[in-house]
Design a protein around this ligand. Structure first.
Ligand code: AMP
Ligand code: MG
Length: 488
């Protein structure tokens, strides 16, 4: 159900600001299916009113009329510091279709825009669009992107750019920050409404528990633990894991200066405003855990409805303990699978960590290294394994390969079966920064073909797609450090 809380301390009616002369930049037929949109032979909506709707120029199409567009308030911790009230500064919730909330990002000022203009630029909208759809195709929970609509309207950032609106879909956009907002105001009524709404619509299994709110908290923790393990497994860095960017449904949301690892560096920082590396790749699990602790503090008054303060704290502290366990379980499962291991042995974690260490030391390509593991035959001779040539420290990788070949002996699958299993675990195509950048530069010249091409390739990330081989390659040297900033 769409955000059903009402009252001006929760959300404000917010009509989108019209965008002059909009045009399609990108459209996802796969996301359109979620809301049952009828498409023409070009894969665009038959009802042309959708272009105006997704630009923020109308609230109605032939089938649907959104009568209450709104923006919601939330608060949060940014870079580890309490930032107070934030809110949907440039996201407007139009309403719900087929149990999906439809939001316009960049459709103008809202009551929570503070100093911002409520707009988004073409560059960041294309990045959010492509990454949302790519993550979905990788099997990683995420908000979806329906379209990017562009305009020649200027938007000032470091330089003058043009405006775009990215329309996104999710069963709910409720964030940890929504809980933190009402938690900070000790507003138990609103906290209870939020928790009840989540339980009713998204976590019905919590309803029968003796402690539904503790159960809800645990479920949110496990979903986000599983999510961050999935990110680690594909080398995805979110970039801004502030508590206001963390979904209460365990979805990847708020794509900004994210990045997929090219050369593997365990402490890689993708957001160039993150000087201290708080959101570096290897810190993501710990930061997500920290965000769950913020949620626990926010939910405390809810527990205190039925328990003493001490009891409430201890219930939530114990529940928070689920996070590292759920994370480790999922991470081990995913990494074992990436190595083609279906059985479990005690030394597997050591084996996995040994590979990651060697990859880090030699700065090999994250995606391609994992993908190529599936070509290793059980009876291979170390000298024949092409992958070893990618590593600087030959002795280190040879030792690892010896351990790996030995470990493969206790696996039941034959080489071909293991290869097809591993190729569903190790994607060949991810949204590398240089690919997104090339598509953006063309789009800035009004050529959107590369955006469509990337959408198509990334919608089948585990397939070989021989004709697209170049899209699986590591970036050329001069494109290795595409810097991405927050000003989007
Ligand atoms: P982010 O780090 O992108 O999730 O944004 C943090 C906060 O700033 C959120 O409350 C956003 O809605 C708000 N914000 C970001 N960019 C803008 C903008 N151009 N105009 C208004 N608010 C913005
Ligand atoms: Mg945000």
């Amino acid at each position: 159900m769409a955000f059903t809380l009402s009252g001006d301390d929760v959300c404000q009616p917010t009509p989108p600001t019209p965008l002059p002369l909009p045009y399609w930049v990108a459209f996802s037929p796969s996301a359109a299916k979620l809301i049952g949109l009828e498409l023409n032979s070009s894969g665009l909506p038959v009802d042309t009113a959708w272009l105006d709707l997704l630009a923020g120029n109308t609230l109605a199409t032939k089938q649907i009329h959104f009568d209450k567009p709104l923006a919601t308030v939330y608060s949060g911790h940014q870079f580890g510091v309490w930032a107070g009230q934030l809110g949907d500064g440039r996201a407007i919730l139009l309403g719900e279709i087929n149990r999906q909330e439809l939001q316009l990002k960049g459709a103008g000022k809202t009551p929570y825009s503070r100093m911002g203009d409520g707009r988004a630029v073409l560059r960041s909208s294309i990045r959010e669009f492509l990454c949302s759809e790519a993550m979905h195709a990788l099997g990683i929970p995420t908000s979806r992107a329906l379209a990017v609509v562009g305009s020649k309207q200027g938007v000032r950032r470091e330089t003058m750019e043009t405006a775009a609106v990215c329309s996104r879909l999710a069963p709910s956009f409720i964030r940890i920050g929504h809980f933190e907002h009402f938690g900070s105001l000790a507003n138990v009524v609103r906290l209870q409404e939020l928790a009840d709404l989540l339980i009713a619509d998204h976590y019905p299994e919590c309803r029968s528990s003796q402690e539904p709110y503790v159960e809800l908290f645990k479920s949110i923790c496990s979903r986000n633990a599983v999510l961050v393990a999935q990110w680690q497994a594909v080398g995805f860095c979110h970039g801004v894991l502030n508590s206001d960017n963390i979904s209460a449904l365990g979805l990847t949301i708020d794509y900004g200066p994210f990045g997929f690892l090219d050369q593997f560096q365990i402490d890689h920082i993708c957001n160039h405003s993150d000087h201290a590396g708080r959101y570096a790749y290897h810190r993501q699990p710990q930061i997500m855990h920290w965000n769950m602790a913020c949620l626990a503090s926010a939910m405390l008054p809810l527990l205190e409805l039925n328990h003493s303060a001490d009891e409430s704290q201890s219930l939530l502290r114990d529940a928070l303990g689920i996070f590292p366990l759920a994370y480790a379980k999922q991470w081990q499962h995913l990494l074992r699978s990436k190595l083609g291991l279906q059985s479990e042995e005690d030394k597997d974690v050591e084996l996995i960590e040994g590979l990651l260490q060697a990859m880090h030391d030699s700065r090999v390509d994250f995606t391609n290294t994992f993908r190529s593991l599936s070509t290793i035959r059980k009876e291979a001779k170390i000298e024949e394994i092409a992958l070893r040539d990618q590593f600087i420290d030959r002795e280190q990788i040879d030792q690892w390969l010896r351990d790996y070949l030995l470990r493969l002996q206790s696996e039941m699958l034959d080489d071909d079966q293991r290869k097809s299993f591993m190729d569903r675990m190790n994607p060949k195509y991810v949204l590398r920064n240089h690919l997104a950048q090339a598509a953006i530069e063309k789009a800035q010249q009004d050529d959107f073909s590369e955006v469509s091409k990337l959408l198509e390739i990334l919608s089948k990330p585990y397939d070989e797609q021989i004709e697209c081989e170049s899209y699986s390659q590591a970036p050329p040297i001069d494109m290795q450090a595409v810097a991405v900033s927050c000003s989007s």
